[in-house]
Write a protein that binds this ligand. Sequence first.
Ligand SMILES: [Zn+2]
Length: 327
Amino acid sequence: MPHRVIHYADATMDRVAAQREDPTWLDARLRAPATRFVAVAAGRHPFVLAETGARRPCYLAPNEVDGALPGARRPCPRAPTGAAGPLPGDPILLGMHEDVTYFAVDVTDAPPPFPARVTLLRIRDVITDLPHRDSAVLAYANALVHWHRTHRFCGACGTPTTSVRGGHVRRCSDAACAREHFPRTDPAVITLVCDGDRCLLARRRDWAPGRRSTVAGFVEPGETLEHTVAREVFEEVGVRVGDVRYRGSQPWPFPQSLMLGFRATAASTEIAVDGDEIAEADWYTPGRIEADTAAGALILPPFDSISRRLVDDWLAEREGAQQAAPR
Ligand SMILES: [Zn+2]
């Protein structure tokens, strides 16, 4: 797959895994003036409107999240980066970029008194405004906060869990159990099925009439990724696939998926949609994609998705690298 920006992933963030074990380092970083916190409130984040008209994420400074810092109840002067007042929740170490350490903090249950100019929005509501690094750090924060909120009790014994190792483990507080639980990511395959000069695009039942995408589904226990591709494609559109090739991946932390992209060669071409998840599906040549998009009859997957990347790569191969997919 050609090198390009993969939305919601940023390999330049140093995740400082060794420092998660170091309480002295963590405590110092929690209070360092340069440290920044990503606030998460039920999947939303604070944004401010920049002079350009674009929304910019509002990272909080340590003096704005005093309530979240262990043992600290200092005054909370209004800081220029955003909100004032104490915030609840155990901070989660995200990592470092250059000299800035980033933590996530869950403010869902007690949102701080954000200034009027701050709006709480979902990442994908403003994705066209967001620099790549910001979208990646917010998505990472959102995924970890979601995991903490949904793993407050031990799955083995039901006792409450506590956040340890900088928020990358939750440990059962029952000493006899003490089981450790790790952040969860659910693998899902997403597949562009091809038949020579045609590819298969499908519409989920709850989508707008023109919207089409590739076929996707979660990996089940006991399956290889290739098995999942074959099963999902057959279940949803009734097509058998032969050759299955991996094309790349994308974190999709809304809330906790990892999308694994594939291209599959059709071994049968008759379409029979399941009528449940998928309402309709059809074969599209590059020419039909261009014409239907221009006519408003086809809406390709969003630009930030791996689904769109699978379609764009296929179009580029079919039509030549100079011709981009219609936007
Ligand atoms: Zn337990």
